[in-house]
Write a protein that binds this ligand. Sequence first.
Ligand SMILES: Nc1ncnc2c1ncn2[C@@H]1O[C@H](COP(=O)(O)OP(=O)(O)O)[C@@H](O)[C@H]1O
Ligand SMILES: [Mg+2]
Length: 357
Amino acid sequence: MASITLQNLVKKFGETVTAVAGVDLDVSDGEFMVVVGPSGCGKTTTLNMISGFEEPTSGSIMIGERVVTHLEPGDRGLGMVFQDLALFPHMTVFENIAFGMRVDKTADAEVKERVSKVATTMKISHLLSKKPAQCSGGEAQRVALARTIVTEPQVLLMDEPLSSLDAKLRIEMRTELKRLHEELKSTFLYVTHDQAEAMTMADRIMVMESGYVQQIDTPLGIYRKPTNQFVGTFFGQPTMNVVSGRIDNGGAPRFVSEYFELSIEPDAVPASATGKAINLGVRSENVTIGNEGAAGEVKLIEPLGDETLVFFSSGDEEFLVAKVDAEREFGPGDKIHFAFQSSAIHFFDAESGVRLE
Ligand SMILES: Nc1ncnc2c1ncn2[C@@H]1O[C@H](COP(=O)(O)OP(=O)(O)O)[C@@H](O)[C@H]1O
Ligand SMILES: [Mg+2]
């Protein structure tokens, strides 16, 4: 068993900095959990407490059935991969991977067998006699993973391991990591600031902000039902449109902002959203451009190939974005009408940002 259980985990640095403000998390055996949030939100500190490099101020950590809160890192049965790969430059890839086994004085034949097996898994068999400096960024990343995996950890902790790679390679490595997880079936806890990495790889995601857990759910659960405006705007590309206004419920419900008004299907409006200042959130794929709705003017176009982003204004100010079929042609200055798909609208309290249901 290699589940991870965090109970009210807190880390303060001195009197003033609360890096982690009470995290509760259950990662099940074999799960791929991604911890995501902006820089400085407490991701690395959380991971470092699990690995044992940072002593918690309070709270407890269990790996499987064992309380490990105050154990040495080496006694926790974990594997770790960091942003800084820290490969030994003077050793071959083979010896880098074999290093831990050499320290343990493992027999030569076994070292050879285990290195060769993990090299096959990571597709680096052809690199074993090279030095790290002769490897590309992606290859070095694979070597660092191989070095950790060869120890057969039940739990693999990773802190932004792809952040030094270029964009294309990062996307390839996402798929690789997912495949690796399928193959190893061990528990993965992966830290990143990149929402797309979290969305594509995770079984479940924990979103953090300022040391606090914002939401723990599946990628689609988070995308479709963000618990607050922060989570709603953190996930998705382009960023969710957010417009402040109120619901006018005299007759058919209408959303009224300073610059435009749109009717919304009655079923889609939560009771708690009426009679107060709200922020309406709607993703670009749920903004329709057609013959009906409020008036707008196209400002600029971003073709993505399969789809096109249309940025437009309504009234003097509001700047919104719609994702439309690439077949449809728009240009700056075009007069358009737009509407929102009622069932895909998110209502947030304007003051607290909390999702209104
Ligand atoms: N050793 C430390 N001493 C003081 N403050 C720290 C220390 N480590 C981290 N912090 C602070 O704790 C907060 C969380 O940091 P960190 O966990 O590294 O965030 P993340 O990994 O999400 O970017 C930040 O405000 C950071 O400045
Ligand atoms: Mg960090």
